[in-house]
Design a protein around this ligand. Structure first.
Ligand code: SAM
Ligand code: DTB
Ligand code: SF4
Length: 346
């Protein structure tokens, strides 16, 4: 394994453009070589998502079914009760997930919600799972409160390049996203930050997004590469397909730029062929969301994922050893289940 601290934070635009422009076999070979130097190429980290507060979001992100500005037919829901969240985490654990990601359709959390968020974090950690939340912008005090409760990861995406950003979101700035990531880092949480492709951006924007991620003060420990889920009613509903090879190139370049990060094949897997996913895993993707739903849209079915893992010889990664949780887990598995999918629990 290579020294993770030897990673670069000085990628130039020209250097990244040159990677994207490599012949496909050259790019895949380089990305896969970097991947093998840092990870077991047969292991994939498995997370499960839950929407803990759905819809009625005041932001105007053009891709998002949860913005109140677009008529997507989504039924808004208030913040879920803590017990329901823990129940969902328990089911996710039984299905082989080692990290539970809780998402809320907020611009930023309100301080009055913090007590419930803290209870969710503690409850999920007590199951022996890693915790992740994505709640919008955080100030330093909110980040410290979540970190203090034991939140392992915070997800906040840059979404796209600084140049294309204004075409997609006008209600918060790219700089505000960087500020939230700085607050998350300063509070000692691990950063999950990536973006979305297939939103009508061009290759220059994919270069710009990856450059912004790779030149953060620390590489995000987790980098979700989302392929736009086109939702009727959103302004991006009719975007044309992104060339699947361009998607794989984006994963491969992310792997080369951020060699020690988990790169997640994130939203959009439902519409991908098995062959495309296999290429993305070869190019360096080593994390997925498991579960029938993402936040509000469909994910690849669990049975299909299990079959794909079996056909490709992939295994679910065991959970990272966690610092002792506040409450001792009663039945936490020491390692991920050997079988990623248990047909008996279907
Ligand atoms: N409201 C919070 C925020 O925006 O930071 C957290 C939830 S938000 C749904 C989390 C991320 O999901 C977004 O930043 C975006 O990258 C991704 N996302 C949302 N809708 C998507 C879609 N239709 N396709 C792909 N990714 C999407
Ligand atoms: C991320 O980068 N992708 C996930 C997670 N972080 C929160 C969200 C995908 C959402 C897809 C649209 C939906 O299901 O609402
Ligand atoms: Fe709101 Fe997040 Fe959707 Fe933007 S991406 S509209 S902030 S839920």
């Amino acid at each position: 394994m290579s020294d993770a601290s030897a990673v670069r934070h000085d990628w130039t635009r020209a250097g990244i453009e040159a990677l994207f422009a490599l012949p496909f076999p050259e790019l895949l070979f380089r990305a896969h070589t970097v991947h093998r130097d840092h990870f077991d190429p047969c292991e994939v980290q498995v997370s499960t998502l839950l929407s803990i507060k759905t819809g009625a979001c005041p932001e105007d992100c053009k891709y998002c079914p949860q913005s109140t500005r677009y008529d997507t037919g989504l039924e808004p829901e208030r913040l879920l009760e803590v017990e329901r969240v823990i129940e969902a985490a328990r089911a996710a654990r039984a299905g082989g997930a080692t990290r539970f990601c809780m998402g809320a359709a907020w611009r930023s959390p309100k301080d009055r919600d913090l007590a419930e968020l803290v209870a969710m974090i503690r409850g999920v950690r007590a199951l022996g799972m890693e915790t992740c939340m994505t709640l919008g912008m955080l100030d330093a005090a909110q980040a410290a409160a979540l970190a203090g409760a034991g939140l392992d990861y915070y997800n906040h995406n840059l979404d796209t390049s600084p140049e294309y950003y204004g075409e997609i979101i006008t209600t918060r700035t790219f700089q505000q996203r960087l500020d939230t990531l700085a607050n998350v880092r300063a509070a000692g949480m691990k950063v999950c930050a990536g973006g979305i492709v297939g939103m009508g951006e061009d290759r220059d924007d994919r270069v710009g997004l990856l450059q912004a991620l790779a030149n953060l003060p620390e590489h995000p420990q987790s980098v979700p590469v989302n392929l736009l889920v086109r939702v009727a009613g959103t302004p991006l509903a009719d975007q044309p397909d992104l060339d699947p090879f361009e998607f794989v190139r984006t994963v491969a370049v992310a792997r080369i730029l951020m060699p020690a990060s988990h790169v997640r094949l994130s939203a959009g897997r439902e519409g991908m062929s098995d062959e495309l996913q296999a290429l993305a895993f070869f190019a360096g993707a080593n994390s997925i969301f498991r579960g029938e739903r993402l936040l509000t849209t469909a994910n690849a079915p669990c049975r299909r994922d299990a079959e794909l893992f079996q056909r490709l010889g992939l295994r679910a990664e065991a959970p990272a050893p966690a610092p002792a949780p506040a409450v001792r887990p009663s039945a936490a598995p020491a390692t991920a289940p050997a079988l990623f999918y248990d047909a008996a629990s279907a």
